[in-house]
Design a protein. Structure first.
Lengths: 267, 271
């Protein structure tokens, strides 16, 4: 797989790397869920992680913002280096809270807080200590616009977030993730709980967002990966099988295993 | 259901006899409670003040401490600490209240008297404080259940936004568990209002219209014990007072429970 990475990387050597997994591995207790992952995440591009259930793609995604730190018994190996400051996100001395301030996340099921629409978006600013009302209002409005939700909710910012439809809730969660200007946003199967119309609007949004922010997305839906991503990583039982430009991975995969999965012969 | 109906029936029937002799206006507004004297007065306010004062002291202890313990156990404690602390906490709720009562009388009151020498040997303060300790486990245990029932997805959402544990606990988990926490508080209030032995032992059973916890006083419950154990003839107006007092207590707890029900509905969260 190192070869696969290397051969593709030469084709886009002029792209900036935002983050990079180096010999990355992960253990749930005694169980090794990921091993020896080497993969770049390119700046202001969409990188999709695909693979069959249990291949470790969500585990990899959740390592970027150290979500695994919340549960006891988890262990990281290797490094995830973030640029431009060359920080190893997994280092002991790096506070996971600082990592999460830079790398935000949108979950599989919309999980708005039991607060108003406004406060949901303001949350990530408030936890950073922002209290100035007009500044909060500006940032919330800006984020809601960024998440293509502003026009639908501008007259009812004080309604509960939970009163929105599923697709709107997910866009609210995207607005919340956008509010604090993250450098990377992680999407963990963001449309798997949504209907096709809501899915289309989220996909469109992700395509727009990559102008400003680097995106890493886990998806079960192969067409989705093909539609919205610039790079695709195919994983299988804890290993990175193939990484490359999405068009190449889908049209001319290097590995037989990837081809079998993509064409639906397996998985 | 049958028991409830029977209790209400008896209370209303016996109180009816009382209220035929004593007009309800005198029951509600008289400022003395001396049903056993020749010059009898039946002002329930006197007993109610004791009940409310001791309950207020108890809740000032139980609600903050119970909530803090619940937050700690639910959001901060390592798995092992929680597994040990929770049964221990629930065990505290099983200590007979008379033990707490004597603890208040022979340990806490002398201790408080070292700080306030003028504190009487029987007082609502020490009874209320110990009653608060007694209620902590109920408040803590039920609040903790409510907070633990908050889906992990909400906490992850909060952490993913860069929140600390404390921010997550106070700004996401607690608001999401409001209805359960409110029920825990309401149960705590009901326990405080209905508590009998601690007050009978440590608060002095002296009817006293006061909201000062540093005085002695009788509560509705401790008065009922006093009369029920005394030698008043059944059927006398003095004896009937306990049913009127009991009915007042029932209405009081009913009010709190309805309030709790309303709060639960008002703040119920859809996750």
């Amino acid at each position: 797989m190192n070869n696969a990475t290397a051969s593709n990387a030469s084709a886009h050597a002029n792209l900036a790397i935002k983050a990079e997994c180096r010999n990355f591995g992960f253990h749930y207790g005694d169980f090794q869920a990921l091993k020896d992952i080497n993969m770049p995440v390119y700046d202001k591009k969409v990188t999709a992680l695909i693979g069959p259930s249990g291949c470790g793609k969500s585990t990899l995604l959740r390592s970027f913002n150290r979500m695994h730190d919340l549960y006891p018994g988890n262990r990281y190996q290797g490094e995830i280096i973030m640029q431009p400051d060359n920080t190893n996100l997994l280092a002991q001395e790096v506070d996971p809270i600082e990592v999460r301030m830079r790398i935000s996340m949108v979950f599989q099921k919309p999980n708005p807080f039991p607060k108003s629409i406004f406060e949901n978006v303001a949350y990530s600013l408030r936890v950073r200590g922002m209290t100035n009302k007009s500044e909060l209002e500006d940032r919330v409005q800006h984020s809601l616009k960024g998440a293509a939700l502003w026009n639908e909710v501008k007259h009812r910012l004080n309604d509960l977030g939970a009163n929105l439809s599923g697709g709107q809730q997910q866009r609210l969660c995207i607005a919340r993730a956008l509010a604090a200007d993250p450098e990377i946003i992680l999407f963990d199967e963001p449309t798997s709980a949504l209907d096709p119309i809501a899915t289309a609007s989220i996909e469109e949004l992700i395509t727009e967002l990559k102008e400003k922010v680097t995106i890493l997305i886990v998806t079960h839906n192969m067409q989705q990966a093909a539609r919205i991503s610039d790079f695709t990583a195919y994983m299988y039982i804890g290993e990175l099988v193939e990484f490359g430009v999405t068009d190449q991975v889908f049209v001319k995969p290097q590995k037989k295993q990837t081809e079998d999965y993509i064409t639906g012969r397996f998985g | 259901m049958f028991t409830t109906a029977a209790i209400v029936y008896i209370l209303v029937k016996e109180s009816w006899i009382f209220f035929e002799a004593v007009p309800i206006r005198r029951f509600l507004f008289d400022t003395q409670w001396t049903p056993l004297f020749d010059d009898a007065h039946y002002g329930i306010m006197v007993l109610l003040s004791g009940t409310l004062t001791s309950s207020a002291v108890a809740l000032l202890v139980a609600i903050p401490l119970g909530t803090i313990i619940a937050i700690y156990l639910s959001e901060f404690a390592p798995f092992k600490v929680r597994e040990i602390a929770k049964p221990f906490l629930e065990l505290l709720g099983g200590v007979p209240t008379i033990v707490y009562g004597y603890f208040a009388l022979v340990f806490l009151t002398p201790l408080l008297q070292k700080i306030y020498p003028e504190l009487p040997g029987f007082n609502l303060l020490s009874a209320g404080l110990i009653m608060g300790v007694m209620i902590i486990p109920y408040v803590a245990s039920l609040s903790e259940d409510a907070m633990r029932a908050v889906p992990m997805a909400l906490r992850e959402g909060s952490y993913a936004m860069g929140a600390t544990r404390l921010q997550t606990a106070l700004r996401v988990v607690m608001p999401a568990a409001t209805s359960g926490i409110a029920s825990a508080y309401i149960l705590g209030i009901s326990r405080a209002v209905g508590e009998t032995m601690i007050l009978a032992v440590a608060a002095g059973m002296q009817p006293n219209l006061t909201f000062n916890p540093a005085e002695s006083g009788a509560t509705i419950t401790s008065y009922i014990v006093q009369v029920a154990l005394g030698d008043l003839p059944h059927g006398s107006i003095g004896y009937q007072t306990i049913f009127a007092a009991g009915l007042s207590l029932l209405l009081l707890t009913l009010t709190f429970n309805l309030l709790g029900h309303w709060l639960r509905k008002r703040f119920r969260e859809v996750y």
